[in-house]
Design a protein around this ligand. Structure first.
Ligand code: UDP
Length: 369
């Protein structure tokens, strides 16, 4: 009979790793399982071949938070660099700042507004919608139809594989619209990327914890459950309940990677592609995530071209359509009834969380435990 753990944790991503680290620290025994051959979930990073280019296998992850407790916590396991995220977007062969700021508006309309003129200028173009029912209505009420059609519609359609009319308004409220030239993607007080990548941060968090990789919990769920007194489940919530109430809609991404014998391909870490006709949503150039490594003048750069697709085998993003919300409510009732299982993280809660929110929610759950 194998050892009985206090906790069996399904998933070595952020939620699982924070939970494991905290429980280990308080003297509990923990087993972490992951279906993938590596830890760190979608934060996983590695150096490309024998270069010093550290890339995020599942897309660029920038850690950002305003929460002191979250920041202090992650800093126990890594030093962060001083990277500040900016994003550009290409529309009809011209490059603009994203999120939409004064520079975007001036270049797009060929005008030279100053901040105090922006509101009146956009007011003319906006349609006032008192309670926007979807992403399209929300975007038009914020920025007007022209900017929406150029920078939001095509990108969103490609990214979510559905018309912005069928998506929740909340997705677009992640992005600010600025009346000034501030081009930063996040305005949080603390930002950065682990100096040696995310994977070593997870390794340090999981030090001394038993880990079994390449193990599919569902290959024998009752056996794996029996190995612990309590289960922490961080996978997709509909999968846990065998899709009893139907399949929630998930979106996945895949990457085409390419190594070029160039010093610098696009001059920035993330370039979005707004035109609907261009099949990829964005191109990541990871060398720019580590300016402290001084790689942009050395020969050789890695590109990751990102494509979206609908898929529930490898769920990344909850789509959260109206139907999904109704279905989720049914799964949530089942979650309440599972006494010895804790559901946490983006997939198990079906929430479009950022990394810092997952850290904070895992820490809060641990405190309650
Ligand atoms: N978005 C857009 N155009 C862009 C960038 C973002 O329309 O150039 C919209 C799109 O609907 C997207 C949402 O804003 O899903 C949130 O973007 P974010 O960059 O936060 O997405 P993530 O990086 O999490 O994939």
């Amino acid at each position: 009979m194998s050892k009985k753990y206090d906790y069996v944790i399904v998933g070595a991503g952020i939620y699982g790793a924070v939970f494991a680290q905290q429980m280990k620290e308080s003297g509990k025994s923990v087993l972490v399982l992951d279906a993938r051959p590596h830890i760190a979930g979608n934060c996983y990073s590695e150096n490309f071949q024998d270069t010093r280019i550290n890339f995020h296998k599942y897309g660029t992850h920038i850690f950002h938070t305003n929460d002191q407790r979250t920041w202090d916590y992650v800093n126990r396991f890594t030093e962060f660099n001083h990277y500040r995220h900016t994003v550009l977007t290409t529309f009809q062969n011209r490059v603009y700042s994203m999120p939409i700021n004064l520079g975007t508006i001036n270049s797009f309309y060929g005008v030279q507004l100053v901040p105090s003129e922006v509101e009146a200028f956009l007011a003319d173009k906006k349609t006032s919608i008192s309670s926007p029912r979807n992403l399209e209505e929300k975007a038009i009420s914020l920025i007007g139809r022209d900017l929406y059609e150029a920078f939001i519609r095509g990108y969103t359609l490609k990214q979510w594989q559905r018309d912005p009319k069928d998506l929740p308004a909340s997705i677009i409220t992640r992005l600010p619209v600025r009346n000034n030239y501030d081009a930063s993607y996040f305005s949080d007080r603390y930002q950065g990327i682990p100096v040696d990548g995310y994977t070593p941060m997870f390794e340090r968090m999981l030090e001394g914890v038993d880990i079994e990789l390449g193990v599919d919990f569902f290959s024998d769920a009752s056996y794996f459950r029996s190995r612990g007194r309590k289960l922490i489940y961080t996978g997709a919530v509909d999968r846990f309940f065998n899709h009893q109430h139907g399949n929630l809609t998930w979106r996945s991404v895949r990457f085409e990677t390419e190594f070029l014998s160039l010093a610098d391909y696009q001059g920035t870490s993330v370039m979005n592609y707004a035109d609907e006709a261009i099949p990829w949503t964005r191109i990541h150039e990871p060398q720019h995530l580590h300016p402290e490594r001084g790689l942009s003048n050395t020969p050789g750069t890695l590109l990751q071209k990102e494509f979206s697709y609908t898929n529930d085998k490898e769920p990344y993003y909850p789509v959260n359509s109206v139907d999904d919300k109704a279905m989720l409510a049914q799964y949530e009732t089942m979650v309440q009834q599972e006494r010895d299982v804790i559901f946490g993280g983006r997939l198990a809660e079906y929430k479009y969380y950022d990394m810092h929110q997952v850290v904070a929610s895992a820490l809060a759950r641990v405190r309650r435990e």
